[in-house]
Design a protein around this ligand. Structure first.
Ligand SMILES: NC(=O)c1ccc[n+]([C@@H]2O[C@H](COP(=O)([O-])OP(=O)(O)OC[C@H]3O[C@@H](n4cnc5c(N)ncnc54)[C@H](O)[C@@H]3O)[C@@H](O)[C@H]2O)c1
Length: 356
């Protein structure tokens, strides 16, 4: 019988519960310990999941369980300290939420901790499992678009929530090519104090080593996606080539125009559909080093560096070369530099979020 992997989940909020319930439903995993600093959340989760070990201190829970998978779904202000706990617990794989970190300084620390330990890690960019994302991925890989010259992504949600996703899928549509430089602009200060700190609006260009350019708009000024009702899912991502284009709308299916004509299909981002394959592929990577998880850390880290480079370019002007070579606190850089002018919106529905 295939090995069953023990899991600890830290942070029993929305995403922690998604991870824990999906692991419990998968015969390859057993959630053996959970942790939250909020006692009620912890007790409610323990009752729902039927978990033996629970506690308010992640290191204690991890020491008691000695899991193969250390998963943490805390808010983005906690990253390196949790990765350390995961490594010290002896886990073989750390599953973390996006974004990788809030600053390049912490992102470098996380990268170096993982590299020194050799522990596998995945970052939850699980939208890619949606049937509509998969379809666009297949169309791009099939060559039906000809030579890809542009990949693009827009989202009405703000940077620390959404940019990580946009960059990850855009890199996928460009065959994970290396980025060489970026240039970006930012506006609006109301979300700089958020727990997912961000300028209200950031946009920019990415130059990839294969000559393809990436174009991103994220936040208050990003265009509406009128085909999608749910504000958080108003995201459009795709690729354009010499023979056509293909794009996915997070909440509204996919479409393509190629030499064969126009085509489209269904699909909408769904935690219920996207989490099971994301979790299953962790078991497969644990079983076999060659079956690297599509959401592996080193790929997510490259997207994270692009996001940090956007922030630096927006704060200081000009192009920023990649990979980054020195650590910085990009959110402080933005706090010092983003103008105080009133944000100009692209759609009225965004007024409740962007108040600067
Ligand atoms: N991948 C996705 O599609 C997706 C969607 C939403 C959120 N997220 C990300 O998931 C992460 C968590 O978001 P959420 O919506 O689940 O947040 P949440 O607020 O619902 O849950 C976070 C939980 O972590 C707990 N916590 C905080 N510090 C802790 C500590 N030191 N030890 C133990 N528990 C601690 C909190 O008490 C809370 O219960 C964020 O990074 C967010 O960006 C990802």
């Amino acid at each position: 019988m295939a090995k069953k992997y023990k899991v600890v989940v830290v942070g029993m909020g929305k995403r922690g519960m998604h991870h824990a319930t999906t692991c419990q439903a998968n015969p390859r995993f057993e959630v053996a310990g959970i942790c939250d600093i909020d006692q009620k959340r912890l007790d409610d989760a323990a009752a729902k999941l039927g978990v033996a070990v629970k506690g308010n201190d992640a290191a204690e829970v991890a020491r008691a369980v000695r899991p193969e998978v250390f998963c943490f779904c805390t808010l983005p202000n906690i990253r390196a300290s949790m990765v350390k706990i995961g490594i010290e617990s002896g886990a073989k794989l750390i599953a973390m939420e996006k974004p990788v970190a809030l600053t390049s300084a912490e992102g470098f620390e996380v990268r170096d901790l993982l590299a020194r330990s050799g522990v596998k890690a995945v970052v939850s960019h699980q939208h890619r499992y949606g049937e509509h994302y998969q379809k666009v991925g297949e169309l791009v890989a099939s060559g039906a678009l000809g030579r890809i010259h542009t990949v693009y992504g827009t989202a009405t949600g703000w940077m620390m929530h959404m940019l990580s996703h946009l960059v990850d899928y855009l890199r996928w549509f460009n065959n994970d090519a290396e980025a060489e430089w970026v240039m970006a602009q930012a506006a609006g200060r109301s979300k700089l104090a958020d727990i997912h700190p961000s300028p209200d609006y950031i946009d920019g260009f990415i130059h990839f080593a294969n000559g393809v350019h990436g174009v991103i708009e994220c936040g208050a000024g990003a265009p509406d996606v009128p085909e999608v009702d749910y504000w958080w899912r108003k995201c459009r991502m795709g690729a354009q080539g010499t023979d056509g284009f293909a794009e996915v709308l997070t909440g509204g299916g996919w479409r393509a125009v190629t030499k064969a004509g126009a085509s489209s299909g269904a699909g909408s981002m769904s935690y219920d559909l996207d989490m099971p394959p994301y979790i299953q592929e962790m078991a497969e990577w644990l079983d076999d080093d060659r079956r690297v998880h599509p959401c592996h850390f080193s790929s997510a880290y490259k997207g994270f560096e692009i996001m940090m480079a956007f922030c630096r370019s927006a704060a200081e002007g000009g192009q920023v070369a990649l990979p980054l070579t020195s650590a910085a606190d990009e959110i402080e850089m933005l706090k010092r530099s983003v103008p105080g002018r009133k944000i100009l919106l692209s759609l009225a529905a965004s007024a409740k979020e962007y108040t600067s």
